[in-house]
Design a protein around this ligand. Structure first.
Ligand code: KIV
Length: 297
């Protein structure tokens, strides 16, 4: 019997995502069906994404760049994430709801990190949290899991390390660097993460890590061999301006659609074509008659 929840049916949970991966006879690990993940930052987009049957919705700290206009994720605060998370929570029924821990919310002490993660669950309705980093996060991930908070790891290119990495670069390209990515992914798994995001690493490395890990890998810029894929909502819909990485396939040009609609609206207002009589409210005939009499008198 399949444990994969079908679109629109069973609630997706962290254990259900973990259960999609199983050991194969050759010693590698395989998944039953690809895991679909997408970010969302507000109520209408969460509702649309959830109703379309996406398995995991991430309120990513990418909200800093996608909707708050920052040029990195670093300024995003726990209050920012909570604000957007609550809206997404109200629009999400079936998908597993994961909240990103923003930069600074888990970098000072384990106690403070735990408090922040608990806030995301208690005040924002998150069902899991995501933290960036592998070997450096072993203790943190283990403590979060101990506190009953499912954790999604995130290794490879970790955008919160923008300053220490010297920019947004593909990771794991040399032999040493690829070993580090694999150690990081294994560390997240060993600490108790139920899944791990692999961001911007060579396809071959992602395939190897995916085969060796018993937890699902979720790729973004990591090729097609991961157990699942994640994209930023605004990239997928063509709402992002400026540089878009080559892996961010654009499934629609909503920027063009919106721009055209707004231009038409402005034109209609200017020429008096909006609103029409049918789009206007009207007084009752008795009031209209009264007003005519008063004007005449
Ligand atoms: O913040 C985010 O949206 C992310 C995903 C792109 C993995 O971390």
């Amino acid at each position: 019997m399949s444990v994969v929840p079908r679109s629109g049916e069973q609630k997706v949970t962290a254990p259900a995502i973990l259960a999609r991966k199983f050991p194969a006879q050759d010693g590698s690990f395989r998944s039953t069906a690809k895991i679909t993940c997408l970010t969302a930052y507000d109520h209408p987009s969460a509702r649309l994404v959830d109703e379309a049957g996406v398995d995991v919705i991430l309120v990513g700290d990418s909200l800093g760049m996608a909707v708050l206009g920052y040029d990195s994720t670093l300024p995003v605060t726990i209050e920012d994430v909570l604000h957007h998370l609550r809206a997404v929570r109200r629009g999400t029924k079936r998908a597993l709801l994961v909240a990103d821990m923003p930069y600074g919310s888990y970098h000072v002490s384990i106690e403070e990190s735990l408090r922040n993660a608990v806030r995301l669950v208690k005040e924002g309705g998150a069902e899991a949290v995501k933290v960036e980093g592998g070997e450096r996060r072993i203790e943190l991930i283990a403590r979060l899991v101990e506190a009953e908070i499912p954790v999604m790891g995130h290794v490879g290119l970790t955008p919160q390390s923008f300053n220490s990495m010297g920019g947004f670069h593909v990771q794991g390209k040399s032999a040493d660097a690829s070993r580090q990515v694999e150690r990081d992914a294994r560390a997240a798994e060993a600490a108790g993460a139920f899944a791990v995001v692999l961001e911007s690493i060579p396809r071959e490395l992602a395939a190897r890590v995916t085969e060796r890990l018993r937890i699902p890998t979720i790729g973004i810029g990591a090729g097609p061999d991961c157990d699942g894929q994640i994209l930023v909502f605004h990239d997928l819909l063509g709402l992002t301006s400026g540089h878009v990485p080559k892996f961010a396939r654009r499934y629609a040009d909503l920027a063009g659609v919106i721009s055209q609609a707004v231009t038409c609206y402005c034109e209609d207002v200017r020429v008096g074509a909006f609103p029409s009589d049918a789009e206007s409210y009207h007084s009752s005939s008795s009031i209209r008659g009264e007003a005519t009499k008063q004007t005449a008198g």
